[in-house]
Design a protein around this ligand. Sequence first.
Ligand SMILES: NC(=O)c1ccc[n+]([C@@H]2O[C@H](COP(=O)([O-])OP(=O)(O)OC[C@H]3O[C@@H](n4cnc5c(N)ncnc54)[C@H](O)[C@@H]3O)[C@@H](O)[C@H]2O)c1
Length: 477
Amino acid sequence: MPDSRVTASVNICVIGSGYVGLVAAVCFAEMGHLVVCVDNNEDKVAQLQRGETPIYEAQLPELLARHRNKGVTFTTDLAAGIHPAEAVFIAVGTPQGNSGAADLSYVEAVVSQIAQVMNGYKVLVEKSTVPVYTNEWITRCMHRHGVAPEQFDVVSNPEFLREGTAVGDFLHPDRIVVGANNERSADLLRRIYAPLTEGRYYEQADALPGPCSAAEPAKLVVTSAQSAEIIKHASNAFLAMKISFINAVANLAESVDADIEDIALGMGLDARVGPRFLRAGLGYGGSCFPKDVAAFSWVAEQQGVDFRLLSEVRKINERQLDLFFEKIHSALWTLRGKKIAALGLAFKADTDDIRDSPAIALIRRLLDAGVKVTAYDPAAMAVAQRALPASESMMYAADPYAAAEDADALVILTEWKEFASLDLHRLNRALKFPILIDGRNLYSPTVMRDNGFTYVSVGRPAVYASTQGRPRRNPAE
Ligand SMILES: NC(=O)c1ccc[n+]([C@@H]2O[C@H](COP(=O)([O-])OP(=O)(O)OC[C@H]3O[C@@H](n4cnc5c(N)ncnc54)[C@H](O)[C@@H]3O)[C@@H](O)[C@H]2O)c1
């Protein structure tokens, strides 16, 4: 079996060891490259050096254990990462600034630092999500710091991984996009991704299984740097639009007693529409969609292009949270002093990331309205406690049933698999009133009614259970 790990290895530096940088660094090592991952967060680097993964991400601990101190090392010393590298991947954060535009100050800081320690030709790769023309700004910044044009090229290589399945997405990508303005730099990126695009990686006995194979390897598309930058923003804006679209249809469905799950099924079976990102619910969140829609909107505005569709996408998304809050309010009549169990804190399932999480935003609103919240999440409790410290009104429980104990209602805020298969009898007995308000449509209304619940979801008629005749709760249970 050919082993891509011992052939055509490239020296790579990845700057930033967050959700993208860490996954990229470990996966490049898995593909056979020699990687130095640099971060200026000393605690994070120390954790990684000890072999601990600072984030919750499936398969990452296993791959880190396989390659740590072999294919990948971690340091805070930028020069130590840059000096041996042919390619330098910049994977630092690009959060939303006040105007909606991406805040590129972390990228600029890194580029200035790279310029100070250049020791020969290198390709600087934008892995962070950045607005169009960032490649030109990076080039200008390098020149301002006295680096000669022939010493570097800038390439855009946007990342499409999804938190929760990041490692699988990286090694089995739908596509790899390389935005390069010359052949020399495009060729280096082709070499780096060759184990995936030539299929060699998938022939290895211990390759991570996934949709790509030696017969159907990953596809690499080369474009201009500007096009690659736009591909990333446009892809995220399109997916956000799909979510807002189905949420708008859900609101319509609700007003005419139709069922959004049936509607989404019927729409998604059309191959041109597709079933993914057609789930009605609380709306999108996370560290990408909200800021990328805002940044893309800002880009369009700067270029004088009328792209109001993007502001509608955002408005529908924000309204979705208001509507859900109203649902809770009307199901409970009044809110002050009520006790609500909240299942889910992460912005989506299979991650501990709570950045821009609709669950956190909703809980904040409940707390502001005088509600006492007891929350449970399988992975995000530790991170959430930094944003919402435990108090008399904000409590954390060890499991969904403990959260539900004596609560006036239970709300589902994140689509974790385990929330879709709760023991409904046990849940019903734990709650003070069997009211479940589901922001992720994890249950069938009929099943919930048959189990004695009042069940309110998104884009489907609510069902009401009579509490008369409900067995008395035995506090000892
Ligand atoms: N998270 C995702 O799902 C995802 C997916 C695709 C693209 N992206 C994009 O990738 C980029 C990174 O996102 P993330 O979620 O990994 O962010 P993150 O906040 O998890 O990680 C960023 C890391 O960069 C480090 N850093 C910041 N400044 C530094 C410096 N000067 N030197 C060294 N390290 C520095 C931080 O300490 C942090 O560890 C963003 O542009 C984001 O939009 C994210």
